[in-house]
Design a protein. Structure first.
Length: 79
């Protein structure tokens, strides 16, 4: 959480097109799913390089192993 608050969140909030982040934890499986929301494909693609570096930093500091990065299009949102 500290890494998110101190490093990831400020970067995300400065990134053009960033719209939000959702983190889901499954303690029984010991897994976390992080979903970032972007205004459009161009904003997502512009964030890729910095996002890779931040993912490496998070893994190094927490011992977490990143299993995959996948892209999906939000076709329904009801909040």
């Amino acid at each position: 959480m500290r890494i998110f608050l101190e490093q990831l969140r400020p970067w995300l909030r400065d990134a053009s097109g960033y719209r939000g982040l959702i983190r889901l934890d499954n303690k029984e499986l010991g897994r976390t799913l992080v979903i970032t929301l972007w205004a459009d494909q161009a904003s997502l693609e512009a964030s890729n390089e910095a996002g890779e570096e931040l993912a490496k930093l998070t893994a190094e500091n927490t011992g977490a192993q990143r299993l995959a990065i996948e892209q999906y299009e939000a076709t329904l949102v009801d909040v």
